[in-house]
Structure formats: C-alpha cells, structure tokens
Design a binder for this molecule. Sequence first.
Ligand SMILES: *[C@@H]1O[C@H](CO)[C@@H](O)[C@H](O)[C@H]1NC(C)=O
Length: 290
Amino acid sequence: MAMQLLLSAYTRRILYGITIVFVFVSLVWWQPYVSTGTWLGSSTATSSSVLSSSSLDIVVSMYKEDIHNLSVVLRDVQSLPPIKSISRVRTFIYVKDVEANIPMLQDALATSNVIQLPNAGRESGTFLTHIISNYDNLAQHTLFVQAEPHEFENAKNRIIDYFIPSTGVLPLGILEVCDCTSCKDPWNPDRTFNRIEELYSILNSKFCPSKITLSYLGQMIASKERIRSRPRKIYEYLNEILEADQDHHIHKDSEGLAQEFEFFTDGPGNPYFGHTVERAWMLLWGLFGC
Ligand SMILES: *[C@@H]1O[C@H](CO)[C@@H](O)[C@H](O)[C@H]1NC(C)=O
C-alpha cells in the first residue's frame, strides 16, 4: 500500500512535470497566433530547432533580371542561418518577360516552379497572384522578393537578426511613416499616395489614424497566419485593380502629380497604384498606426 502511494505520488509528479513542459512549449509554439506585428526586439530567440520543422516558400518576382545573379541571390538567401535549418524550402519564380526561357530558368534556378505571368501589376501583382493561388496551401512563412533585391545586405541582416519561428511579418526593406490622409514619401513631397487612406479604410472599416507605417522595396517575410488574417477576396480585389486594363480609372491616379511623373505612363505594366501597394503591405499585415 505504502509502495503504491509512493509510486502514485511519484507518477503524479512526473505527470505534473510533463504538463508544465507541455504548457510551456505550447505557449512558445502558439506565440505567433497572438503576437502582433512587432518584428523588433525578438532577436534573442534563436529557436532554429523549431524552424527546422517549418516550411518556407521563396516567391520571386522577375522580369528580365540576370539569371546568374538571381541564382546567387537564391543560394545566398538559402544559406542564411535562420533559413538553412528549415526542412522544406521551395522557390517560386514568377516571370513577366514574354520572352523568358522557362526550361532554362528552371534549370539555372533549380526549381520546377517557374510560372509565366502577363506583364501587369508590378511585383505586388505577382505576390498577390501567389497568395491567391496558394491561399489554402501556404508555407509556414513566405519570403517575397524581387529578382534583384534592393539593399540586399541589409535584407539579409534583417533575416539573420529577426527571423524566428514566431515571426508574423518581417519587412526586409525600409519603413517610413506618413500622414495617412495625405500620404507622401518623406524624401519627396511631390509623391503623394491618395489611395493609402482608402486602403486603410477598406481594410479596417475605420477612418485613418493620423500616422501610418509604410514599407518600401517590395520585400518581406510573412507567416501563413498573418496572410490568412485577411480574406482571399481582399487579395483578389487588389490584384484585379493592379491588373486592370488601360481604360480603368485607376490609371488616372498619376495625373496631376509632380513633374517627376510627366513622363510616367500609367498603365497595366506600371500602374501608379502598384507603387501604392508596395507601400501598403504593413497595412495588410500589421504595423498599422504608430
Ligand atoms: C550581377 O551582379 C554583379 C555584382 O552584384 C553586378 O556587378 C552585375 O552588374 C550584375 N549583372 C547583371 C547583368 O545584372
């Protein structure tokens, strides 16, 4: 009897211990689903062991960029510490050059996922196309990038310093703040982005706060949960506008802008609205106001 009691007390302690460990692990594991868009301050967590059971899709928006250089970029990205421990990394190349040689790209970039798209909607249209067609089948994280990444060294350092399993969204370019109702690039007051205010309102069913965060350069990492926190139809709508044909009123957005845009031909291949969406990813995925 005494032996039995002793055993059950011992068993209880073990069970108790297991429960504590389980709760702790769950808390760490579930953090992404409750964390908001903060990408700063978590560089201490080096849980690459958890990333190892994860998956990453690298989504590249390409036009006529140098293939060899892109293969170097891809190899570089894949060898970064937080990424090389991920067990499943897939690469998707979306190419908008009608003359692209698909088999050659597949061979040079070591991926069968080379997809030709019509030249419309800039890189934002490419990223939206990937999200729309893979909405139910997204990797745990998706890294969106252009074939010639901007400020690549900085982007790589961002990945090394901040990419962890619980990353919700991680911009790999520059962040700036603008007045939501009269949003301008801080270094160029002639570049205004009137649709930012509308986008904020469409997405949040609210008027703008006074300031919002813009992202630049069209490169970032987002988790599946973060992407799916917006319904597919939002992505479809944005893409429809980005790819709208020349008759659509969206192509009048750039009229009346500064001299800089005198020679800017707004059309499906380079809609001014594409420059707006480039700046608006954080409106979709976090880092809303400030
Ligand atoms: C390829 O990359 C190198 C080094 O960054 C650069 O100097 C060169 O201009 C690039 N080539 C092309 C064709 O873009």
